[in-house]
Ligand binder design. Structure first.
Ligand SMILES: NC(=O)c1ccc[n+]([C@@H]2O[C@H](COP(=O)([O-])OP(=O)(O)OC[C@H]3O[C@@H](n4cnc5c(N)ncnc54)[C@H](O)[C@@H]3O)[C@@H](O)[C@H]2O)c1
Length: 362
């Protein structure tokens, strides 16, 4: 069964198909017309999802061979962007053609960026294959690559023309990646849906059972759709989606590849709640509930025990300063008044934050 969720963005509106039959539904909508497609695909997905890749190749007019993106965050680089752009040029893709990005957030962010700048912009169809990319990165139009200064610092907004989130792809996704993706679902609940958090809390470890996943994805996409529709370019409320991310990006960069994005976000969520409690903004009980749920799920948040530890407070603060969410010398943090009630906090005191990080690292 497939659910279709509309992202309402005026002329840039598009459909997100979610569920076990989403690929068939999405491909049907792409058929017809003279459009050609370039298939850009993560190397692991190519290796373990041959049936679904064949399904795409049979249904659509695919130009040339698929462009294979090496697995891992390292692919979000200028070098890979250049290679991909050059491959697209060799295919003589035209303005009316489109890219199909098949993979996790890495492939989606890279291919989305390439689509935005190729001949001043062509369509990209996102086919997310990780839980994280289904609930978060494939929807909303943020594309980016990384530099040595930090993650996602070079990029543009480029909304996809369609998103096909077929949960069948998750059959081959390692458990660690499923857990990391779950962190972004939990994030949505913590930002604005206390009832969803209650359901997740009650289900505990069963929250991630295969049977529940399509509904969880659809719920997270609906939540993201409402935020993106209200603030497409993050002039205001969309920044709420960064709950846990300023801490998380610092950890992810410092861990130098040992920590997955979602794992860093999970620890970032715990830090955001703990810091909110420390600022007397949030009841301590709510931070405790968040951390208890992370324990139930099996997502680590204790900084000394995280992959990539030990971290230093000063290095983390430096990373946070360089994060693109810094403005006017202040670090913008998304904090919480409670579960389901996140808000934007622009005036974070650096020395206080440093002391907090030192306490957490011990
Ligand atoms: N654009 C946005 O709004 C946004 C939002 C959140 C995260 N992101 C970005 O997303 C990236 C993380 O994405 P991710 O967690 O999907 O990681 P990823 O793309 O690196 O994929 C994770 C791993 O899973 C493998 N894989 C993917 N699909 C598979 C499948 N179906 N079966 C087996 N293996 C599979 C990949 O090869 C890779 O090794 C980060 O770069 C992050 O910055 C972007």
């Amino acid at each position: 069964m497939t659910e279709t969720i509309r992202i309402e963005l005026g002329a840039r509106s598009y459909d997100v198909h979610v569920g076990p039959g989403a690929l068939a539904t999405g491909l049907k909508r792409l058929q017809g017309g003279k459009r050609r497609f370039a298939l850009v695909i993560d190397e692991n997905v190519l290796a373990c999802q041959s049936d679904r890749i064949s399904q795409m190749c049979l249904a659509l007019d695919i130009v040339g061979d698929p462009v294979i993106i090496p697995a891992g965050e390292g692919a979000k680089s200028f070098r890979q962007l250049e290679e991909l752009s050059s491959a697209l040029l060799s295919m003589e893709l035209e303005r009316g053609d489109a890219i199909i990005a098949v993979g996790g957030g890495v492939t989606g962010d890279l291919a989305g960026f390439a689509a935005a700048i190729y001949k001043r912009g062509i369509d990209v169809i996102q086919v997310p294959t990780t839980l994280l990319s289904m609930v978060d990165s494939s929807v909303g139009g943020k594309t980016a690559i990384n530099t040595s200064q930090g993650k996602n610092l070079i990029g543009v907004f480029h909304q996809p023309a369609r998103v096909i989130a077929d949960t069948g792809f998750l059959e081959t996704l390692p458990r660690r990646e499923i857990l990391a993706g779950y962190a972004e679902i939990l994030k949505a609940a913590l930002i604005g849906d206390a009832d969803l958090f209650k359901q997740l809390e009650t289900a505990g470890a069963n929250s991630i059972s295969a049977g529940r996943i399509p509904e969880l994805i659809a719920g997270a996409v609906r939540f993201k759709a409402s935020i993106v529709a209200a603030d497409e370019r993050e002039a205001g409320s969309r920044a709420l989606l960064n709950l846990g991310h300023t801490f998380g990006h610092a950890l992810e960069s410092e861990a130098d590849g040992k920590l997955l994005h979602g794992e860093a976000v999970a620890a970032g969520l715990a830090l955001a709640f703990d810091y909110s409690v420390r600022q007397n903004l949030c009841p301590a009980e709510d931070a405790t509930k968040v951390k208890r749920h992370l324990d139930d799920i099996g997502l680590e948040y204790g900084l000394p025990r995280l992959r990539g530890a030990p971290f230093t407070a000063k290095a983390m603060l430096d990373r946070m300063r360089h994060d693109k969410k810094t403005s006017g010398g202040h670090i913008r943090l998304i904090l919480a008044r409670g579960i389901g009630d996140a808000f934007i906090h622009d005036q974070t005191d650096m020395s206080d934050l440093l002391t907090f990080l030192k306490d957490k690292i011990q």
